[in-house]
Ligand binder design. Sequence first.
Ligand SMILES: Nc1ncnc2c1ncn2[C@@H]1O[C@H](COP(=O)(O)OP(=O)(O)OP(=O)(O)O)[C@@H](O)[C@H]1O
Length: 291
Amino acid sequence: MRTVFEPSCATAVAVRAQELGKRYGNQWALRDCTFELPQGRVAALVGANGAGKTTLMSVLASLLKADEGSAHAVGRVAFVSQEKPVYRNFSAADMLRLGARLNIVWDQTRAVRWLERFEIPLDRACGKLSGGQHAQVAFALAIGSRPSVLILDEPLANLDPLARREVSQELLSEVAETGMTVLLSTHVVAELGGVADYLLLLARGRLLSGGDVDDLLASHVFITGPRSEVLPVASSAVLQARHHDNQSTFLLRLPDRQPRPFVGRPWSQRAVTLEDYVLAQLQSTRKGDDA
Ligand SMILES: Nc1ncnc2c1ncn2[C@@H]1O[C@H](COP(=O)(O)OP(=O)(O)OP(=O)(O)O)[C@@H](O)[C@H]1O
């Protein structure tokens, strides 16, 4: 666990990045990354392979030094990397004892509760646990350290579908009970609905989109109708246009605070899910669009 930054004043911002940049050699992995993550939120960090997610989280956790800009996280920060590091010869109970020794603040009850919740044997060497069980030990250690900001690099990888849902639910409970802020990277976008309430979307090292999930979804709409290159409504920004056989579907970004446009038959509209939104954004960068 590392403290990235001491709070300079009482604020509702848990993590602040200002024009953050990080390069490996002469290749920028992260560039011009500016955002504020409010306290008590579960933020999803998404992006294609190589987009810079691990780099961003490592900089926020002070494991990497930024080459440009600044990063501030309020209070204690815990980071669980993709590798979910634990000592192979230590049992889960040994790992918790280590956590108690290494952390200034330690909540043994909370750490044990996490392991019991996921039925992780306390006395078995971590090297003899499955990949998913091993990950749970790393999560328990992080939770036990009572972080203000918990950063998880692909926490759902290695977990079976039920465990993914349960880990997400447990994280939400921890957030509700402790007020901590969670930043998690994931490729399992379909399972973010109802979990993440804040989004940071990275593309090629740059922040493509970010903000409150409800606001993002409320400002987008799908419109479907007979195949057409022409929109049935005026002047909305098209994030995505798909044409199949006799049907066209447009994903529109609505102007700030504007209600959904009226579309008459045979056109219809439907709400956008977080997965729809993320996939459309990722696809737009793949095509080289700037939408
Ligand atoms: N140690 C390193 N040395 C050189 N280049 C690196 C290093 N680590 C990452 N990179 C490069 O930086 C870019 C961002 O990598 P990063 O691991 O942050 O992406 P990511 O979004 O976490 O990817 P993934 O989803 O595949 O885990 C990539 O182009 C990667 O090749």
